[in-house]
Design a protein around this ligand. Structure first.
Ligand SMILES: Nc1ncnc2c1ncn2[C@@H]1O[C@H](COP(=O)(O)OP(=O)(O)OP(=O)(O)O)[C@@H](O)[C@H]1O
Length: 240
């Protein structure tokens, strides 16, 4: 569903992403990990067509992000690191606006708004202005906009950031429930979240791939004790 071949991104003379190649099969949830500044957000921005690559090819559902950007965007729900909220709008107004951009209208739009609002637990704040909401609720609204229209691919950049423990657990269950139906790339710094949610893990370090394996095989492949935790493997692979 997602194919990335020899992806490189340079910001002037800084190489943020360095020759990444990987693919995500339909229905798979990929945990996308790396230390601060490793290049995760940059990669996700390229996958969603938000930034152009310097080199390499990215295809989503067979469509090239550069040549067929609209086809790609139609298939992706994206939660950027900073959710793109219009804070002067109400939650309802904002979600209605995003749904209309995604081509929904009439009763289908209304039903979809209710569906994602219930899923993200924002039904009771629908008529509040976004800037007056707590950080966690703003994050919920950000995730809700990504889920609108039930796109086949979801790119989630630190989705549980700012959520309270209960909501974090709920969101984890929600993401896990997407497996098989949606293809998900999940970036997070919370490693147990990956262990509980993802089948496969991609770890990048300084823009380069450090690991790309089934989570069950990660410790064995990277020369750790079989029972090494994801945290131990991560620290070893991203040291220095
Ligand atoms: N617009 C930009 N111009 C110049 N350099 C940038 C730009 N955006 C990101 N970078 C640099 O590219 C590198 C990768 O950044 P990126 O935000 O992709 O990392 P990340 O893995 O998402 O980090 P974090 O976990 O801290 O969010 C960093 O060195 C960053 O400073």
């Amino acid at each position: 569903m997602i194919e990335v071949q020899h992806l490189t991104k340079r910001y002037r003379d800084r190489v943020a992403v360095d020759d990444l190649t990987f693919q995500v099969e339909a229905g798979e949830i990929l945990g996308f990990l790396g230390p601060n500044g490793a290049g995760k957000s940059t990669t996700m921005k390229i996958l969603t067509g938000f930034l152009p690559p310097s080199e390499g090819v990215v295809r989503v559902g067979g469509y090239d992000v550069e040549a067929q950007p609209l086809e790609v965007k139609r298939r992706i729900g994206y939660l950027p690191e900073m959710p793109p909220l219009y804070v002067e709008m109400t939650v309802r107004g904002y979600l209605r606006f995003v749904a209309s951009l995604k081509g929904l209208s009439g009763s289908a739009l209304k039903a979809e708004l209710e569906r994602v609002a219930a899923l993200m637990g924002v039904t009771h704040v629908m008529d509040r202005v976004i800037q007056n909401l707590s950080k966690g609720y703003k994050q919920r609204v950000g995730i809700a906009q990504a889920l609108l229209g039930s796109p086949p691919v979801l790119i989630l950049d630190e989705p549980t950031e700012g959520l309270d423990p209960a909501q974090r657990a709920e969101l984890r269950a929600l993401i896990k429930g997407l497996a098989g139906k949606h293809t998900v790339i999940l970036s997070t710094h919370i490693l147990p979240e990956v262990t509980m949610t993802c089948q496969k893990v991609l770890i990048i370090h300084q823009g380069k791939m450090a690991a790309y394996d089934d989570i069950s095989q990660l410790a064995r492949i990277h020369g750790q004790a079989e029972n090494a935790s994801l945290e131990e493997v991560f620290i070893k692979l991203t040291a220095a």
